[in-house]
Design a protein. Structure first.
Lengths: 113, 113
């Protein structure tokens, strides 16, 4: 059974600081997704990482994937208040034909002035 | 309008009642999913569908029924609602053209009294 663990689950940071959210998963996968959820809203896709060594960047967020270590990171650079949200990683089980995703429990990020 | 929609957005029902949540997508995505989101549990997959007339159980299927007679629709029925089914329900769809990235509907907040 695929397990996806995110840490930390709660992250309070100051504006301007850098931090990294980690996503570990338990079985081989070549496809990993990051989503953002604002309070009371739906999930919005941020990044799709499709191969080992993949790196994607959008604004102050950068995601990377190391399939050998079964690890993805979401790095936040110079945080701003607008980045406050819950961030989920999700992993596609390799070799499956049903394209199900298993989600981590999410990281609640609060950026304080 | 293009995209994925859910109805109703909010629903209050009584224990024992049958209730159906609707999901409609306009992308002709082959895959559709139903999740529930509860505090402390993250997103859990209830049922998914790979194509019309093909459905399969997810992590927490008990008490739920799905059907998919048309590609664009994927209704979720709670046959006899229980208080433990109070939750926020998200529908999602994915297809080949977007690396099977899942796109989420706006959600339905269901309260069972």
């Amino acid at each position: 059974e695929l397990k996806v663990e995110q840490n930390p689950l709660f992250l309070s940071m100051q504006e301007g600081k850098n931090y990294t959210i980690y996503c570990n998963y338990s079985t081989t996968s070549d496809r990993l997704y990051w989503y953002r959820q604002d309070p009371g809203k739906s999930l919005e896709s941020l990044f799709v990482l499709l191969s080992n060594g993949a790196v994607k960047q959008e604004g102050r967020l950068m995601a990377s994937l190391d399939t050998k270590a079964r690890l993805s990171t979401l790095h936040i650079t110079a945080a701003v208040h607008d980045l406050s949200a819950t961030y989920f990683c999700a992993v596609d089980v390799r070799g499956g034909s049903n394209y199900k995703l298993t989600f981590g429990k999410g990281t609640l990020l609060t950026v304080n002035p | 309008d293009a995209g994925i929609t859910q109805s109703p957005r909010y629903k209050i029902t009584e224990t024992g009642r049958q209730v159906t949540l609707m999901c409609h997508q306009t992308w002709s995505h082959s895959y559709m999913f139903w999740y529930r989101q509860d505090l402390g549990h993250g997103l859990r997959l209830i049922y998914y569908s790979a194509a019309a007339d093909i459905t399969d159980k997810g992590e927490v299927p008990d008490g739920y029924v799905v059907s998919r007679s048309k590609t664009e629709n994927f209704p979720l029925t709670l046959e006899s609602a229980t208080r433990s089914q109070t939750s926020v329900y998200f529908c999602a769809s994915s297809g080949f053209g977007h690396h099977y990235e899942q796109y989420f509907g706006p959600g339905t907040r269901l309260t069972v009294t």
